[in-house]
Design a protein around this ligand. Structure first.
Ligand code: PEP
Length: 254
């Protein structure tokens, strides 16, 4: 089955306001109609830049995403951002479960599952990140970890809910390290993820799911990764902070 490739940029806690606008303008300008018809593209700026970046992207082919959200619609949750607020700010996507939150902020599978449900209820598309630590890979536990993160993380979702979810396989040892997974390692993990989704949601749903690879994706390694049969896109950190390198990765998806 052919799945349209999906490239998303995670700007993390980078950019000043004017840089964010400029970066969004650059990505928008570089995504011509032919490219946009073939590749789905989103950028995920820091929270304060969502509205100004939404202005820049309005009416164009580049979608807007946030990097996290809370699971409740509203309430006494100081410092948190509701998925409904993200919708109102112009977001279509939200990243949930990034390793910098799982491991940096101790967010559990159960907590992330609540966020996933909250985001879907608000009508957002979710980029749900999973991935093993280096110690887990070295101990031969990669599949066990991915299985747990998928089954606990996606608990309570229907096959129909899954149509709004992209899985991002991001081995933690590859994020921001310059140490990219080999094409074989990525394909193997993605095939395992799709197999697990097949068991959980059935063949049709699993075959339709977009599975992105993330972890030190650059213009020179993107094409090889994206050629793998189960690699349907990339979640890009560092290389998404320059329009040129991000667009080169988008073009590599063709
Ligand atoms: C990320 O932030 O999800 C990521 C994969 O970062 P980098 O591309 O910099 O490794």
């Amino acid at each position: 089955m052919t799945r349209r490739k999906f490239i998303a940029g995670n700007w993390k806690m980078y950019t000043h306001l004017e840089q964010a606008r400029e970066l969004a303008r650059g990505v928008r300008a570089g995504l011509d109609a032919t490219l946009a018809a073939q590749v789905r593209v989103a950028v995920c700026p820091p929270f304060p830049w969502l509205l100004p970046v939404a202005e820049v992207l309005r009416g164009g082919p580049v979608a807007l995403g946030a990097q996290d959200c809370h699971y409740e619609r509203e309430g006494a949750f100081t410092g948190q951002v509701s998925p409904y607020m993200l919708r109102e700010a112009g977001c279509q996507y939200v990243i949930i479960g990034h390793s910098e939150r799982r491991h940096g902020l101790n967010e559990s599978d159960e907590f992330l599952n609540k966020k996933l449900h909250g985001a879907l209820q608000a009508g957002l598309y979710v980029i749900f990140c999973i991935g093993e630590l280096l110690s887990e890979r070295e101990a031969g536990q990669t599949e066990q970890v991915l299985y747990r993160q998928l089954t606990a993380g996606l608990a309570g979702l229907s096959a129909n809910d899954l149509t709004a979810v992209t899985i991002a396989y991001e081995p933690v040892w590859a994020i921001g390290t310059g140490r990219v997974a080999t094409e074989e390692q990525a394909q193997q993990a993605h095939a395992f993820i799709r197999q697990t989704l097949t068991e959980q949601f059935g063949t049709a749903a699993a075959q339709s799911v977009t599975i992105q690879y993330g972890g030190s994706v650059k213009p020179d390694n993107a094409a090889g990764l994206l050629r793998q049969p189960d690699v349907d896109g990339c979640l890009v950190g560092g290389a998404s902070l320059k329009a040129d390198s991000f667009l080169a990765i988008v073009r590599a998806a063709l």
